[in-house]
Design a protein around this ligand. Structure first.
Ligand code: ATP
Ligand code: MG
Length: 656
């Protein structure tokens, strides 16, 4: 691939405000590149010492562990802290409720501005306990699974923690999924209970959650009860004795429930991946390693300090919500924001209103939202006091340098650390990212590995490790890290086949990557999406970023299409900004020729109103490939596609 990214990228030093931190902001935990390197080196050369010490410092153990890690990649039998016993809910709630009961744990920002509520750690302990006692009364025990299909309300977090208190495994399903998708996930996990709500509100929309659950449950014989939280109070179908009202139930129970003491390697939750590349995988995470990963990355990547207010805009239905709305912040006794609305409701200033109102210190969102807000214009950001922000983060897809710069300038005012965090449902927590106060950034690069993460670049064909800088290939990890997933639920074969067998001795991420002259990592896109044209391996991220660098372009997705002579040719789908409507295709082709080279220029560009995305906001290139190939009858698993009506629009465009 070319070196467009790396050569053209501007290095952003650590912002002044973080360097001179003592005056205006807390001193960063890691405050120089050298300090990062030193600690990183220790974490890699002696992982047992590093993780053993971290686990003792950060987690509360009911029974200490003796072994730090056992097993390995060959059988996928890795176990962290195997003799240890602990409870995730105790770690997230009790220890803070005992020390500091009046501290705010959760700030709820409802769909309608002005609909706010806070929950202290003392209240959280009582609420979680009541619900846990209710769950116990239904006969739920350690190892059972519960589906959580809830809108973004604090009760969703209470549900996570009540399950964790009993060792009940939660399987959260994003409350925008259809009845079929919910049914499949309930069936796959054999869930005994569904925790849900009457309805949800997101922007202008009302989501008839309970009706969807009823539809799904027509084919879910394992479900004994449905616990329904009243979010809107609308009349909804209710089927006694199966259905139970949350409010009635929790009143029956005592506000203290002793936590079950559970082994480190028992399951904490299972969660299905976003489904960008195919049928979602039911990823299983276990207690101790996952919590440790959540906590330590929360501390260092977001530079968390006591008193901070953490604003992660993801939904709890995704791994980002699990790790950085729930487990990371609460394990630290921090304050976390539960945001129910959308970035554009009631206006495209909503995020900034929320940041100013709650004095959010760390703000975390996805490239799809950043590109949307950039498309709508910077005037929506102006006039809000964003001076509380120190760290602004991005996750989910490669962030195009143009969008990065916009985020940095318009939101961060050039005065915040921008952290482009690379990770996966399977990694449990961030694995490649800058650390505020320590790592100079380059727009488009996730920069350097987190402590204990040992990335390698493999030749995709031979599987050989490519050493040194200036190389590219597939991204893999050489050592286990505590928050890595332990299996695919009830399908250990699929786990081995997907992650551990493709390159023996390594964990395979499925993503392409390059390492530049400074040793920084650049995620180039999914291996499944790589384009091979006339012998050039082309990165989707790189070509898309060249297109987004055009002033008129809002978003871009590129794919490889079979070609007799060149193997594949590049086709691009582009959405325009409102003021970019007159953009001509010629200009866009030129843009790629200039930015990367003629060999990467798209042979066809379709201007479309929107791109196909997963419900978590990621571009689904596999759908575009099928549409262009005329195989729209073989689109594969579409349960994760957010707006199925997009397909006919795309087909019309392609067949024009
Ligand atoms: P599926 O595995 O079902 O196809 P998915 O991979 O989209 O879905 P997630 O676990 O939600 O499911 O997403 C992880 C993937 O998201 C990574 O493998 C990577 O491709 C992409 N990703 C996440 N963060 C970043 C980032 N900062 N930069 C580049 N890519 C990222
Ligand atoms: Mg994936």
């Amino acid at each position: 691939m070319s070196t467009m990214f790396t050569e053209h990228s501007k290095i952003h030093p650590v912002p002044e405000r973080l360097l001179h931190a003592k005056k205006v902001a807390p001193k960063p935990h890691i405050d120089s590149f050298e300090a990062y390197q030193k600690m990183y080196k220790k974490s890699i050369t002696d992982p047992e010492a590093f993780w053993g010490k971290s686990a003792r410092e950060l987690l509360h153990w009911h029974k200490p562990f003796e072994t730090v890690v056992s097993g390995g990649f060959d059988y996928g039998d890795i176990a962290w802290f195997p003799e240890g016993e602990l409870n995730a809910s105790y770690n997230c709630v009790d220890r803070h409720a005992l020390a500091n009961p009046d501290k705010v744990a959760i700030i709820y920002e409802g769909n309608e501005p002005g609909n706010n509520r806070t929950i202290t750690y003392g209240e959280l302990l009582r609420d979680v306990s009541r619900l846990a006692n209710a769950l116990k009364s239904y006969g739920l025990r350690k190892g059972d699974t519960v589906a959580i299909y809830m809108p973004m309300v604090p009760e969703a977090i209470i549900a996570f923690l009540a399950c964790a208190r009993l060792g009940v495994v939660h399987s959260v399903v994003f409350a925008g999924f259809s009845a079929e998708a919910l049914r499949d996930r309930i069936q796959d996990a054999s869930s005994k209970l569904v925790i849900t709500a009457d309805e949800g509100r997101r922007g202008e929309k009302t989501i008839r959650i309970k009706k969807i659950v009823d539809e799904a449950l027509k084919e879910c014989p394992t479900v004994e009860h449905v616990l329904v939280y009243k979010r809107t109070g609308s009349d909804v179908p209710f089927k006694a004795p199966r259905d139970l009202w949350w409010h009635d139930e929790i009143e029956k129970h005592r506000p203290y429930c002793p936590p079950e003491i559970i082994n480190s390697e028992d399951a904490l939750f299972l969660l299905y991946t976003s489904g960008s590349t195919g049928k979602p995988k039911g990823i299983l995470h276990t207690i101790a390693g996952y919590l440790l990963g959540a906590m330590i990355t929360f501390k260092y990547v977001f530079d968390y300090h006591e008193g901070d207010v953490f604003g992660c805009m993801a939904d709890i239905g995704w791994i980002t919500g699990h790790t950085y709305i729930v487990y990371g912040p609460l394990c630290f006794g921090g304050t976390t924001v539960v945001f129910e609305s959308t970035p554009i409701y009631p206006t495209p200033s909503r995020y900034w209103e929320v940041v100013a109102k709650h004095k959010i210190t760390q703000f975390y969102t996805a490239p799809t939202a950043i590109r949307l807000l950039r498309r709508l214009g910077r005037h929506h950001v102006e006039g809000y006091d964003l001076s509380s922000l120190r760290v602004i983060g991005s996750v989910g897809e490669p962030i195009n340098p143009e969008a990065w710069e916009w985020y940095n300038e318009v939101v961060g005012k050039g005065n915040c650390a921008v952290v482009d965090t690379y990770w996966q449902t399977e990694t449990g927590s961030i694995v490649i990212s800058p650390l505020p106060g320590a790592i100079p950034t380059k727009p488009g690069s996730a920069t350097v590995p987190f402590f204990g993460v040992d990335p390698v670049i493999l030749d995709p064909v031979t599987g050989e490790e490519l050493h040194g800088n200036g190389v590219e290939g597939v991204l893999a990890f050489k050592q286990p890290w505590p928050s890595m997933a332990k299996t695919v639920y009830n399908n250990h074969h699929r786990y081995l086949d997907t992650y551990l067998k493709p390159y023996k001795g390594y964990y395979f991420t499925g993503d392409g990557v390059s390492r530049d002259g400074d040793g920084y990592y650049w995620i180039l896109g999914r291996v499944d999406d790589v384009i091979n044209a006339s012998g050039h391996r082309l990165s989707t991220a790189e070509i898309e970023s060249a297109l987004v660098a055009h002033d008129g372009v809002a978003e871009a997705a590129v794919i490889g299409v079979a070609h007799d002579i060149t193997g594949q040719e590049v086709h691009a789908f582009v959405t325009l900004k409102p003021r970019g409507e007159s953009t001509e295709i010629k200009e866009l082709i030129l843009q790629v020729q200039k930015g990367i080279g003629t060999f990467a220029a798209p042979k066809k560009i379709y201007i479309v109103p929107d791109l196909p995305k997963t419900r978590s906001g990621k571009i689904m290139r596999r759908v575009l490939r099928k549409v262009v190939a005329g195989e729209s009858d073989q689109l594969g698993d579409l349960s994760t596609l957010s707006d199925p009506s997009i397909i006919s629009t795309l087909l019309d465009k392609v067949n024009e």
